[in-house]
Write a protein that binds this ligand. Structure first.
Ligand code: F6P
Length: 192
């Protein structure tokens, strides 16, 4: 039976600096995850032939670099666009845009960053990805926190309004096995 594997990119320089968005490179720890990922995937997937989907941002491609499978980049897998807040820390956003900071906390699913996106916007742009995923065989998706929350909620049958709060930690491979009665989940945490 077919499976879908999900992973966030390895820790990025922006993750370390607590900045959101951007297109930064992986940190040293992030590169460690990237170098362990082929072994972790192999342990979970065995010899099945899979295809790797990444976003167009460099941190996902660096994470997927050593994986011995065909790779495809999707713009639709890029991280939620934080608009004017791109590159800021949450503390900086709270100081510079206090109303926005509060509005986001009040309704994280509907809140749209000025010049950017909401979770709802991401769910809509992911529709073609979900459709393609339903048609495909084994796919490993290496992408970003907000995007993975939406994909995960879809396969777990969780209402999309709850996706902004789902926990998708770094350096963890998630295996989804769609079954007649629901999706079976296995989480494999990398030892780094
Ligand atoms: O901090 C990493 C990150 O992927 C940011 O680029 C993005 O804005 C954020 O997570 C999404 O998480 P949240 O919706 O909880 O702010």
């Amino acid at each position: 039976p077919r499976c879908i594997w999900l992973s966030r990119h390895g820790e990025s320089v922006y993750n370390v600096e607590k900045k959101i968005g951007g297109d930064s490179s992986l940190s040293a720890r992030g590169f460690q995850y990237a170098s362990k990922l082929p072994e972790i995937v192999r342990e979970s997937a065995g010899d099945v032939n899979l295809t790797v989907w990444t976003s167009t941002l460099c941190r996902t491609q660096q994470t997927a670099e050593s994986l011995p499978y065909k790779q495809l980049q999707w713009k639709a897998l890029d991280e939620l666009d934080a608009g004017v807040c791109d590159g800021m820390t949450y503390e900086e956003i709270e100081v510079k845009y206090p109303d926005d900071f509060k509005a986001r906390d009040d309704d994280k699913y509907e809140y749209r960053y000025p010049g950017g996106e909401s979770y709802r916007d991401v769910v809509i742009r992911l529709e073609p990805i979900i459709m393609e995923l339903e048609r495909q065989e084994n796919i490993l998706i290496v992408t970003h926190q907000a995007v993975l929350r939406c994909i995960y909620a879809y396969f777990m049958n969780v209402p999309q309004e709850e996706s902004p709060w789902m926990s998708i930690p770094l350096h963890t491979l998630i295996k989804l096995e769609p079954r007649a009665y629901g999706t079976e989940v296995t989480r494999i945490k990398a030892d780094i």
